[in-house]
Design a protein around this ligand. Structure first.
Ligand SMILES: C[S@@+](CC[C@H](N)C(=O)[O-])C[C@H]1O[C@@H](n2cnc3c(N)ncnc32)[C@H](O)[C@@H]1O
Length: 398
């Protein structure tokens, strides 16, 4: 195998695989309703499989494409890989799926024009998982996002960003390298990049999609973790322009770690996508917490701040419906998801709405507490003459 990355899958990689798989499975039939063929592009595909026989993203995607093709959905996948050796392994790995998937040799950048052209006829999902931070040139990627957005009814992005390496390079570039807490080095992931390398400011600007990172790196009052948070939020703001919604999920190796191995960044323009990704990220978080904390009938040692606060959720639901506003259950849930991204799954929000209905603190236009997504809800006694409605606002950050 060409790179030690592919010798064995690292334990924390399972979270990005989980989210990819858990999201794509319902995403494919959902966007099939848009009536266009679906194209899933793994832009930095890798070998297809790992030395320990664990499946890589191309095999995860191929299995889902096969499943939905067999159920009559028009979905295909393309896998782009630049390294010749990795490409050979990739071709072998996806051979059983060749009817539905295509492996393409070359760089993601060189395939961009063809991809953008194909986006005219397709609903597109981009998976971007390079192992080097320098592979993520924002402006080059934004060209694709924009072209795809102009051409396509739906475009989604899931991107893996090693923000610790980026900010460490950023600190060095603004001559503050001594502010990097060296003990955090072991928590981060530096398999492919050299975190001690000196990287030009202009290169960092092109990765970040602007110069905003410089001010963050120079902020003498912010801790390294604060700088990461600020940087992620600004990066999400940049993405919210082409995508309208962007959110992030930090993947750590251990709960106690202060910095993530990597951050998964998600962008979409599809309201149903937000809900599906919220559920996927919630589940991944619960799995992660489950590996660290014990939950059984007698005790649950999960820290309090990690336990979803349904009291707060219910207060928020009532507030959203303030001033006599009326929303369908789906619209109300959409607002709640944006306000609490990655905290509550859709089913938990529905359950809280049901409890508020039973307690008489919410009212439905059917008068029932068992309702579907289209039923109208009002915080005061239902009065159709004062109906106001609205869609969820734009949201960035998690
Ligand atoms: C992190 S690995 C991908 C792992 C894969 N997502 C998985 O889960 O199995 C990144 C891959 O991108 C490839 N690569 C690097 N630069 C590239 C580029 N510009 N275009 C396409 N592939 C690239 C590397 O050779 C490597 O195989």
């Amino acid at each position: 195998m060409a790179h030690k990355f592919f010798q064995a899958k690292r334990p924390w990689s399972k979270y990005k695989d989980f989210i990819l798989n858990y999201y794509l499975d319902p995403y494919i039939p959902k966007v099939a309703k848009l009536g266009k063929p679906i194209l899933i592009v793994d832009c930095f595909a890798g070998c297809g499989t790992f030395g320990d026989s664990e499946p890589g993203s191309p095999l995860i995607i191929s299995a889902l494409v096969k499943k939905w093709q067999e159920q009559g959905v028009n979905v295909r996948a393309e896998f782009i890989e630049a390294d010749p050796e990795n490409f050979q392994s990739l071709q072998q790995a996806v051979l059983p799926y060749q009817e539905f998937v295509t492996a393409r040799h070359g760089s993601f950048e060189s395939h961009l024009p063809v991809l953008a052209a194909r986006a005219k006829q397709n609903t597109v999902f981009l998976y971007v998982d390079p192992y080097t931070v320098k592979g993520l040139v924002f402006d080059r990627m934004k060209e694709v996002y924009d072209q795809i957005r102009q051409a396509s009814a739906s475009v989604e992005l899931l991107l893996n960003f090693n923000v610790v390496t980026f900010m460490r390079w950023g600190l060095a570039a603004v001559k503050r390298q001594s502010e990097f807490p060296l003990e955090l080095g072991a928590e981060a992931d530096a398999l492919a990049d050299d975190p001690a390398e000196s990287v030009e400011m202009a290169t960092l600007d092109s990765i970040a999609g602007g110069v905003y990172w410089r001010e963050i790196a120079q902020d003498s009052l912010a801790t390294f973790q604060d700088k990461l948070d600020q940087f992620i939020n600004r990066y999400l703001d940049e993405l919210a322009e082409p995508f309208s919604f962007a959110a992030s999920y930090e993947v750590k190796d251990k709960y106690e770690h202060r910095v993530p191995k990597y951050v998964l960044i998600y962008g979409t323009r599809h309201p149903d996508g937000i809900e599906l990704m919220n559920d996927a990220m919630c589940k991944a978080r619960q799995q992660f917490l489950g590996t660290r904390f014990k939950k059984n009938a007698l005790f649950d040692d999960t820290p309090e701040e990690e336990l979803p606060d349904t009291g707060q959720l219910k207060r928020d639901l009532l507030e959203i419906l303030g001033n006599g506003r009326t929303l369908t259950r789906k619209q109300l849930r959409g607002h709640a998801i944006l306000n609490h991204f990655c905290r509550f799954q859709a089913k938990d929000i529905n359950a809280s709405i049901g409890e508020l209905l039973k307690a008489g603190r919410l009212h439905s236009n059917t008068g029932k507490s068992r309702i579907n997504d289209e039923v109208l809800l009002n915080a005061s006694r239902f009065d159709s003459s004062t109906v106001k409605s609205g869609n969820p606002a734009r949201h960035t950050g998690s």
